[in-house]
Structure formats: C-alpha cells, structure tokens
Design a protein around this ligand. Structure first.
Ligand SMILES: Cc1cc2nc3c(=O)[nH]c(=O)nc-3n(C[C@H](O)[C@H](O)[C@H](O)COP(=O)(O)OP(=O)(O)OC[C@H]3O[C@@H](n4cnc5c(N)ncnc54)[C@H](O)[C@@H]3O)c2cc1C
Length: 480
C-alpha cells in the first residue's frame, strides 16, 4: 500500500469499531469532537513526511520488500540507529506541540521486544513465533498501520498472581484453544490511543508461573475485531486555542480495552503458554518503552524552559537570581534526561539476533529521573510565572471591548511586553501546569511507562552491586 496520508489514516478508523466515551457508543469516531481532537493529533504523524527537511528522518526502506516505510518500523541494529529513533521520537513530538503522537511508538516498542523474545523462545522450544512476528511486522509496515500496545491488565488484587485471583479474568486469559487459533477474555487498561489506532499488540504485563499458563499470551489484532470494546477516558473537544494552546488540539486518548471472547488466528499469536518468558518479555518491552519515554519527554521539558524564560523576560525579572536559578534547574532537568537517553543508545546491548537493545539501566534511571522530578519542575515554572497563570482573564474577556481596554491597560509587563503576549504565555503555563490536562500529566508521568517502583526494581537488579560489595571488602581487607 505504501505510506498513507492523514486522510487515509482517518478514513481507516471508520471500521465499525466499538468505542464508548462519556457513556455513549460512538458510531463514527471521526465525527466525535473529543475523539477527533486526538485523531487530528495522531494524524500529524501521517503528514510530517511531506516536509522535505524531515523526509530522511521519517522514511526509510523495508529490508525485506525494499518499499518505502516509516522509520518507526526500523529495527535498530546499532547505537546510531537508536540515536536516530530517539531523534525521530523527539522531532515528531515537537510537531505535536510537545505531546507525543503515539501512533507507532508503543506498537514498535512491543514489536522490537517481540523480535528479541520470540528469537529466544524459538531457540529454546523450537516454536516458529519469530517468523510470525516478522510477517506481522511486514504487514504493518507495508500498510503503514498505527498500533497501540495493550500490556497493563486490570490486575484485581495486586498481591495475587493471575491464577490466584478471585475473578479469573483480571488478567487476559485464553479461554479456548482451537486448531486455527485461540479465544481470549479479559481487559487491558490505560491503553494509549486504542480508540484511534488500527491494531492492538498484546503482551503480558508481568512475570508468571506455570500455574498462570493460560495468561501467558501475546498476539496482535485489529481494533475492530468482534468482541473488542473500547471505553475511552473522558476528554473535552470544545477548548479554544488561546486559553488552552496545547490541550485544545493535542491530546492522547487512553482507554479500557475489553476482550470479550475474542478470536485470535494462529498466525497472529506470538506467545501462548511460555510462562518462563513472560517476565523477560514484560521487562524487555518496558525498557524499549522507557527509551521512548525519555525521548518524548525532552520537547515537553524544553517548552517548560522556554515558557519560564519568556515570562521572566516579559515580567522584567530575567536577571533576578532566584528566578534564573529555577530556569537553570529546568535546564539541568532536561539535559539530564537527554544524557540518559544518549547513554542508553550508546551503551546499548547487542543481542544474539543482531538487535541494538537500549541499555536497560540508563533507560530506567532516565525515566525515573524524569518522573521523580517532574512535579518539582512544574513548581519551578509556576514560581517564575506568578499567580496570573490561574487568575488571568480569558480570550473571551480579551475579545469583549468592555474588558479588552482594561486588560491592555493593566496587564502589560516590562516596556515592549504587551498584555496580550504576556497573557498568551500565562495561558500556556496554565495549560501545562494548572488545568485538568496538566493534572493528568502529573499522573501520567508517574505511572506511564511503569510506576516509579518498577524502575527502582529494575535499577537495583541491573546495577552491579556485588562489585561494590567486593570493593568495600577489599578496602577493609575482609575475607569471608
Ligand atoms: C497516561 C498513561 C498511559 C499509559 N499507557 C499505557 C499503554 O499504552 N499501554 C499499557 O499497557 N499501559 C499503559 N499505561 C499503564 C502503566 O504502565 C501503569 O499505569 C503502571 O504500570 C502502573 O500500573 P497501574 O496503573 O495498574 O497501578 P498499580 O499497579 O495499581 O500500581 C499502584 C502502585 O502500587 C504499587 N504496586 C502494584 N502492585 C504491587 C505489588 N504486587 N507489590 C508492590 N507494589 C505494588 C505500584 O508500584 C504503584 O506504586 C499507561 C498509564 C498511564 C497513566
């Protein structure tokens, strides 16, 4: 099929999928204002390749068919490939007003992890999963499909394993095995872009035991498959650009993704019962996804710096030391994330089947650093900006002649800083730090790509603590 454009992508979503939002079934999601906002955001991904200066970064050729494909599908084979993937994510995010587009990022994170893990499964068990993954990869590449990664299960009682739960479908479960495929039941949550992508790639969310065999399942399936119901998180489609310069046009939609006896054909199954590999697959996906996380977060952090600097300038306090310190803190914040991203690429691990795997330790520390310091960074920007961020008048007040005069007379800043420009920056800061959208980002930053504790566990596991102990023993001349 070749590269699609935005129109073709949007048209492909009129496929009978079962999507609910705000308690309503939506027949044509492209016509629903809130969902359409997210669709338009995702559609940016299908138009950027038309910019000549971005073409080389965004488009490459399939290693199997030689056809043009989006570079998102490129399986990294070297540190340079990983650095380019990072640049790709950063650049496309910049064009989405610093909000990641999430059309192919999570899907290819899942595919890359599957390429690594199915190779190991096949090697150990003689299965042919890697062939299926390769065929599926070629299919999504050639048709330029968008994909979500459905990983997180609802999980019920978090202290219990899947097979120990009172309700047997708190983790996605195989309920029937047939010659031509399997039938699954359960529900994944927080699935980013599920209402507006073409395909769902499902992988297990955790390590499993033999008793959890029926939960050890990975596959890919079109979103409009019979039995799949999507309940989108709420979103507002009627926000104006002036007051909400980012969230009026740029949001991602997360959703509950329900599988009610869904049939998955055999050729789309990438794992079925290999419980020993579940933990490794979940961790491997998490590393790829955290690499994506640290890549897409830097444009957002750059916006925080730009907004802080601009409002300090408009307010006439650019040279004030404590405010400059806050901006410096923001620079340290973004540069630390960038450094971990680069180090994860340069320090990648080459797998036996030739894949450049981002260094898990640096991916986890980078993601942890970003999430753990996010609230402090937002606070720094709020401190620089002042209270007008939340108390200032709206676009409607600015348009009303009765109030516009007062706004222009009283809300100017330093000489040359007009009231309207000051207000514009204040509104941006409000959108990023004090709206419903901003609040969602607080939660999203803590839990997206896995909770903080998930990163701490990985960091401890991957660091050579034993080496440090030996060093201390050497220092103290301890022999035991
Ligand atoms: C905006 C956003 C986008 C997301 N996108 C996706 C996506 O596209 N696809 C996808 O699959 N997932 C996605 N996620 C899911 C994300 O990975 C999870 O939110 C995260 O892993 C935490 O899981 P949870 O939300 O179920 O919280 P919980 O698992 O309930 O965790 C809450 C807290 O309890 C702790 N905890 C949980 N279980 C245990 C235990 N057994 N022992 C000790 N501590 C425990 C956790 O560490 C955490 O601190 C997204 C999440 C968000 C917020």
């Amino acid at each position: 099929m070749g590269l699609r454009d935005a129109k073709q992508y949007i048209e492909s979503l009129r496929d009978g999928r079962e999507v609910y939002i705000h308690g309503e079934r939506v027949d044509d999601i492209t016509k629903h204002p809130s969902i359409r906002k997210a669709i338009n955001h995702g559609a940016i991904d299908y138009e950027l390749d038309k910019k000549p200066e971005l073409r080389d970064l965004l488009v490459t050729h399939s290693p199997t068919t030689g056809n043009e494909i989006r570079r998102y599908f490129e399986l990294p084979h070297s540190p340079e490939d990983l650095l380019r993937r990072q640049k790709l994510i950063e650049t496309t995010t910049q064009h989405g007003s610093a909000i990641i587009l999430f059309m192919k990022e999570i899907g290819t994170d899942a595919l890359n992890a599957l390429n690594m893990m199915t190779y190991l499964m096949d090697k150990k068990n003689g299965t042919n999963y890697s062939e299926r993954v390769a065929k599926y990869r070629e299919y999504v590449e050639e048709n330029d499909l968008s994909m979500s990664g459905a990983v997180t299960d609802v999980k019920g009682d978090r202290s219990l394993r899947p097979s120990e739960q009172e309700m047997p479908y708190y983790y996605l479960k195989v309920v029937e095995r047939r010659n031509d495929g399997i039938v699954v039941r359960g529900c994944k949550v927080h699935t980013t872009s599920a209402p507006i992508t073409n395909e769902l790639i499902v992988i297990p969310t955790r390590a499993m035991t033999e008793a959890d065999n029926d939960y050890c399942i990975s596959f890919a399936i079109p979103v409009n498959t019979k039995g799949i119901t999507i309940i989108s998180r709420p979103e507002r489609g009627d926000l104006n650009w002036f007051d909400y310069p980012v969230s009026s046009g740029h949001v991602t939609l997360e959703a509950m993704t329900i599988f009610e006896d869904v049939f998955v054909p055999k050729e789309r199954i990438f794992m079925d019962g290999e419980w020993e590999f579940c933990g490794a697959l979940a961790n491997c996906f998490a590393t790829w996804h955290r690499f994506t996380g640290i890549s897409y977060k830097t444009p957002f952090a750059d916006v925080l710096i730009g907004a802080a600097q601009l409002i300090a300038d408009y307010n006439g306090v650019l040279g004030v030391s404590h405010l400059r310190d806050r901006i410096t803190d923001l620079v340290i914040y973004v540069e630390t994330i960038k450094t971990f991203g680069k180090t994860a690429a340069l320090g990648c691990i080459m797998t036996e089947n030739g894949i450049a795997y981002p260094n898990p330790l640096y991916c986890n520390i980078g993601k942890y650093f970003f999430a753990n310091n996010y609230h402090a960074s937002i606070k720094a920007l709020q401190e620089v900006a002042g209270g007008l961020v939340i108390t200032g008048p709206t676009e409607a007040d600015y348009k009303n002649p009765a109030t516009r005069e007062f706004i222009e007379r009283y809300l100017g800043g330093r000489k040359g800083a007009s009231a309207v420009n000051r207000l514009k920056v204040m509104k941006l800061i409000r959108d990023l730090t004090a709206t419903e959208f901003a609040g969602e980002w607080f939660v999203g930053t803590v839990h997206g790509e896995g909770s903080l504790q998930a990163q701490r566990l990985s960091i401890y596991r991957d660091y050579d603590v034993k080496n440090c102990v030996n060093y201390v023993k050497d220092l103290l001349k301890i022999e035991d």
